[in-house]
Write a protein that binds this ligand. Structure first.
Ligand code: DAH
Length: 340
């Protein structure tokens, strides 16, 4: 037998063994491969070894040297495969894959959740629904009638200054211009225009003002507006509702205070403060609906009276969760948001 023929035979066994050990998937196929290539009696290496006697005598040392080298390679391939399968215990489908232990508890996937402001809105809706208020909605792009005029804010009023509002076209200010609503009081008008008294609604939504962002200001924020119109509604009703709301949201130990104020759409008007954890904090404005507003929507101020209030939702949320900077809500940093 020529040396070349013997070596070709050896090369074939070496290549087959490498491919086979690389692809074994479990301990059974590993053992089968071991027997096929390294088996002491029937193994393919053994078979080639047996042919050594037929190789020309002069070539035998070279043949033997090569045989030993290939044997070393095949043994190494076997050991590698055995290590990969975790000493023959694993039935993992992939080379190097982690072992699967069905008895371990599963890995939980971190769930997203609602933004703290959205959660607050949901809570406020629940509380106010419990007090008999239904939810109303209105557009964020408003006309001057709903944002100002009908709310008794005349054209000359400083609140209509283009620098204090997001008008969508400055050229059109005062002539049917559109703007991003600066208050949710707009929805009072929209609702009263649509339905006759009695009215008992709240609306929660975004409002926009060109304020520079700091710890307590942001050019977009949320308000909860309430409106109750009926016969014989008084300021005492307003205070009761706001107190019941405050104790539901902040806790039984909260106190409420009205300070005289002015809003064009209420008369009398008040600022609403809540006392909680040793601090008075202003949460918004309120008052008895101005007769001019009732008239603007076609209600008869001789027949009905009403109260209205507008509270800052961010403030309520910040107070309850001890958040000190309104900008945190809108940085979209999940490390902040996932705490709520
Ligand atoms: N709209 C007022 C604001 O944004 C808040 C407000 C005050 C709303 C008095 C009312 C109210 O309904 O009666 O500052």
């Amino acid at each position: 037998m020529a040396l070349g023929e013997f070596l070709a035979e050896l090369d074939k066994v070496a290549a087959d063994a490498a491919a086979t050990f690389e692809s074994v998937l479990d301990s059974d196929s590993l053992e089968a491969a071991r027997v096929e290539f390294l088996g002491a009696k029937q193994g393919r290496l053994k078979a080639v070894q047996k042919q050594m006697g037929q190789v020309d005598k002069a070539d035998r040392p070279a043949a033997g040297k090569r045989l030993n080298a290939v044997k070393g390679q095949v043994e190494a391939a076997f050991e590698q495969a055995r290590d990969r399968l975790g000493a023959g215990k694993s039935n993992s489908p992939k080379a190097g894959a982690e072992q699967f232990d069905p008895t371990l508890p599963g890995r939980s996937i971190r769930q997203g959740h609602l933004h703290p402001i959205t959660q607050t809105i949901e809570t406020l809706k629940e509380i106010m629904a419990g007090l008999g208020f239904s939810i109303a909605e209105g557009p964020e792009i408003e006309d001057e009638w709903h944002n100002f005029e009908a709310l008794n804010i005349p054209l000359v009023h400083p609140a209509r200054d283009p620098l204090d509002n997001f008008y969508l076209s400055v050229a059109g200010v005062g002539k049917g211009a559109l703007l991003l609503r600066s208050q949710t009081s707009t929805v009072q008008i929209r609702i009263m225009e649509k339905m006759p008294p009695p009215v008992r609604i709240i609306t929660l939504g975004r409002v926009y003002r060109p304020d520079t962002a700091d710890a307590t200001h942001y050019p977009m924020f949320h308000q909860m507006e309430g409106l109750l119109v009926d016969s014989h509604v008084t300021m005492a009703d307003l205070k009761s509702v706001l107190r019941m709301f405050a104790t539901s949201y902040l806790g039984a130990d909260v106190h409420i205070r009205f300070r005289p104020s002015f809003f064009p759409f209420t008369e009398p008007s008040v600022e609403v403060d809540y006392h909680w954890n040793d601090q008075w904090i202003e949460f918004g404005g309120a008052g008895m609906v101005d007769p001019n507003v009732l008239q603007a929507v076609g209600y008869d101020p001789e027949q009905v009276t009403g109260f209205a209030f507008g509270l800052g939702i961010e403030r309520l949320c910040m107070r309850r969760h001890n958040i000190t900077d309104i900008r945190e809500f809108y940085r979209n940093d999940v490390r902040f948001l996932h705490q709520f």
